[in-house]
Design a protein. Structure first.
Length: 71
């Protein structure tokens, strides 16, 4: 695990899983977590990840995949 959650906003609670819109810091693109791979959490669309190694920003889409932010 080469990432950390900086902040999160609860979007929904369903059983033991909390869906959150989060801001993450990750070491590299390969460290971007799957939307459902963090224990007890599910990442919501609009979550943002700052990739430190390549100075890129990724956003989680409604299809649960990370896409590079194009400026």
């Amino acid at each position: 695990m080469n990432y950390m959650i900086d902040s999160e906003e609860i979007v929904k609670v369903s059983g033991s899983t909390v869906t959150v819109r989060a801001v993450l810091w990750v070491s590299s693109v390969s460290d971007l977590p799957e939307y459902d791979s963090i224990s007890g959490r599910s990442l919501a669309a609009g979550s943002v990840a700052f990739v430190i190694g390549s100075s890129e920003i990724y956003v989680l889409g409604f299809d649960n995949s990370w896409t590079a932010w194009e400026v």
